[in-house]
Design a protein around this ligand. Structure first.
Ligand code: FAD
Length: 423
């Protein structure tokens, strides 16, 4: 069987950044396996601008941002096999894939980076009454149709869900000549970035109906109308509040699900909150030598953070290859990170002071909209960080930075708590 130092599954922004940083760290025997016929992942269909402000201090489109990484990977001579679908990863890091060029083949990897991204929650997961007419698309499918295939899904549009892709598509459909009647959001807050609400809805006069859902879809062969109802605190439609919106298209932007079928089959421990692998400070999963980054780990709002995180996963995978025993040693003391008081989860979920770099960025999301709260970090009983935030919302990822010196100075700490506190 072919052997490789590092196999990266997925050639999106996460996989590419991981492969590049592993290579730059000295691990040059890298193979990227990508099922699509081109590298760049979902960014290829995100033709709007706004990417790369943090990474490159420039405003790029999705394909331009991806191209920076594709070009760098090519410059380094990193091997990427396209049209190659990974169908299995085993606990001992055998990666099995299939492609028209090679048929079914297996690679024994010393280290693996999982970077398979995420997929959209489909209509079937929502249980909206009505027939199954044409004209219902996930927002990402519509984005692909418009931006890559050059097809218009419809002319009179309603959008359910205010995740970023739905907001972006409200503007995109409008620019392409469609009329977007409204964006209905089940929760009392938007699931997307504030900047997208302003630039994609407010600037185009598209109403955002918070605490609303679609209670009925009309039409047998093609969508003819949807009924939008207000919801109560139990998130159930309130009878008598429904309004009929005639339309030919319904776009769904109701959540992204990390693609973890391969991880689950390999026996990687998954978080019930993020639905991504539970990782330590080096983004290593419960299987030594298997790392995860990007949307397969947890759903990100900005690709810049994906790239930062993936670069770390690549660096750590390279270090594992160079010195696997040290990273996989079980006797290294790991301290769990506990998310509480409005913090839904943290990535990583555990940390070893002896293995971490001098500083570690811990990312998290909150479970509601909070105004004027402190983000606090306790190591044992001691509060080490207390940072005031004016507004926090579930649609925006937050972060705190842990210092190695703080943890080394408290070797007996049983846990690190990340929480919100009132001013
Ligand atoms: C529809 C959609 C639209 C988005 N629009 C925006 C946006 O406008 N702005 C923004 O900042 N973010 C957007 N995002 C978020 C965006 O996904 C992330 O910022 C970033 O692309 C995540 O990078 P990634 O590499 O983790 O995942 P992806 O970009 O999804 O890359 C994952 C790659 O893995 C490959 N893959 C998956 N499974 C396998 C397998 N078994 N074998 C081989 N290859 C595999 C996929 O083909 C894909 O190329 C969008 C996400 C989606 C789903």
């Amino acid at each position: 069987m072919e052997t490789r130092d590092l196999v990266v599954i997925g050639g999106g922004p996460a996989g590419l950044a991981a492969a590049i940083s592993a290579y730059e760290e000295g691990c040059t025997d890298v193979l990227v396996l990508e099922r699509d016929v081109m590298l760049g992942g979902i960014l290829n269909q995100c033709i709007h601008n706004g990417f790369g402000l943090h990474t490159f201090r420039e405003e790029l489109t999705g394909p331009e941002y991806a191209a920076r990484y594709v070009d760098r990977a090519r410059e380094l001579g990193i091997e990427c096999e396209l049209g190659t679908m990974v169908v299995d990863v085993s606990a001992d890091r055998v990666v099995t894939a299939v492609s028209p060029a090679r048929g079914v083949f297996s690679v024994q990897a010393r280290s693996v980076v999982l970077a398979m991204g995420c997929r959209e929650r489909p209509r079937g997961a929502l249980g909206i009454p009505g027939f199954r007419p044409a004209g219902i698309y996930s927002a990402g499918t519509a984005q692909r149709l418009v931006n890559i295939e050059g097809q218009m899904p419809g002319r009179e549009v309603v959008i359910l869900g205010s995740g970023d892709i739905g907001l972006i598509m409200a503007r995109r459909m409008t620019l392409e000549g469609a009329h977007v009647a409204c964006v209905a959001e089940l929760m009392p807050y938007s699931g997307g970035l504030k900047r997208n609400i302003v630039q994609c809805l407010d600037d185009f006069g598209i109403p955002l109906l918070l605490s609303h859902t679609i209670s009925r879809i009309e039409g047998k062969r093609r969508v003819e109308a949807v009924w939008v109802s207000e919801v109560g605190p139990d998130l159930k439609p309130i009878a008598g509040t429904e309004v009929r919106y005639p339309c030919d298209t319904l776009l769904l932007s109701v959540g992204l699900l990390p693609e973890n079928e391969l991880s689950r089959a390999a026996g990687v421990e998954l978080s019930p909150v993020t639905r991504g692998p539970v990782v330590d400070e080096s983004l290593q999963t419960s299987i030594p030598g298997v790392f995860a980054c990007g949307n397969v780990l947890h759903v990100h709002d900005l690709v810049d953070y994906v790239s930062q995180e993936a670069a770390m996963a690549g660096r750590c995978a390279a270090r594992f290859v160079a010195d696997g025993a040290r990273l996989s040693e079980q006797d290294e003391r790991e301290v769990p990170l506990v998310a509480t008081g409005g913090v839904r989860y943290t990535v990583p979920a555990r940390v070893s002071a002896s293995r971490m770099d001098d500083k570690l960025t811990v990312r998290f999301r909150v479970d509601n909209v909070y105004k004027d709260r402190y983000v606090s970090v306790y190591v044992g009983d001691e509060r080490l960080l207390h940072k005031k935030k004016r507004v926090m919302a579930p649609g925006e990822m937050e972060e705190v930075v842990l210092k190695r010196a703080d943890l080394v100075a408290r070797p007996d700490a049983e846990r690190i708590v990340v929480t919100l506190e009132e001013v």
